[in-house]
Ligand binder design. Sequence first.
Ligand code: AMP
Length: 416
Amino acid sequence: MNFRKPKGTKDILPKDIYKWHYAEQVIRDVTALYNFSEVRTPTFEYTELFKRGVGTDTDIVGKEMYTFDDKSGDSLTLRPEGTAPVMRAFVENSMLNDAPLHKLYYITNMFRYERPQAGRYREHTQFGGEILGSDSFYTDVELILLAKEVYNRCGVNNFKVKINSIGKPDERNAYVAKLRDYLKDNLAALSDDSKRRFETNALRILDSKNPGDRTITDSAPKILDHLGTESRSRFDKVVNELTKLSVNLEVDFRLVRGLDYYTDTTFEFVSEDLGSQDALGGGGRYDGLIEQLGGKPCPGVGFGSGLERVLIVAEKNGFTFGEPNKPVIYFISLNDAARDKAFELIQALRKNNIACETDMLNRSFKAQMRDANRLGVKYVYILGEDELNKGKGQLKNMSDSSQSEVEFDKIAEAIS
Ligand code: AMP
């Protein structure tokens, strides 16, 4: 039997893991700067949460969920996105009783049954942020700045932020009526998906990727022209603030979420350094969502961003992600007694926070030296019979090949 990983998944091997650690540390650093706290939710939830919290007319819920019945017959779904579980936890733990405003982030894996291709997996990792409790336009701006800072610190600079507003539910309903009015004359020419959406969720026809659909919707009425004064002014404030802060923005009327509880700002980060899957991340406001999930009315805004895609762009741009972890010192032993001593000494050094390694394959001196070189250590410490008798080993500095005798209890001092 020759086992393979499931389609659309990946192994992240030791030779690459340091890039992930680097990016995750960036996220932890930047979220701390913005005063966000981490929240961790279960890998699976009751299926109903995503039906309610994402919407049955979305691709995620309609086609992509990993849903199964557990042994008691409950329908569970592997988390396909981050917002609904965070909102569930927010409501279930009555977090609004603790403070009026919460800034939360997560870094976690997501599962979607999609057709795998470059930058698209069936298990991927997202980092995301949510600000709950305020409808201030500054919260939209702050989330966009946070994501931008994470991208920049990971060497991702070539991207733009597409932005739009879908207003308040009543404004949107009035607009959708106008849109349907416009589309009904072109109904026959729309794709099958869009024909279906004409009935269920006409707004989503705007974000269809089908070229024919796009030609038709190019001249459709634009939602920004149909917002009330308050929504329009809110949108203008977000755009002005981001422009003031030199964020590369593009207003895009196609950026809709198409769900009842989404409100006002929608945004997406896109990079031409990604192929056809050009979205680095996306988000928007959802002032109606928490209520929809059984909580008290509470405004919110959030985004989710694929970490694999950040790494793809960073690597393409030659970003180096620091260096993999490596030991500082390698102990070379020339006989069994020396091996025993080496093992004892490395434990003491590790207690001093010094990363060390020794041979575990009974290799020859030459092979141990090769291993030390491969690991790229700064020092080797050589122990043979003489050294054991004297209580001193040979400390070799690998950068200039200088060598000196150092007592067993002076190693930490000698290399610090
Ligand atoms: P979405 O919830 O679809 O807006 O996804 C948020 C972000 O997650 C996207 O902008 C992508 O960067 C990333 N993403 C979504 N689906 C996948 C996937 N199947 N594979 C890799 N990254 C993904």
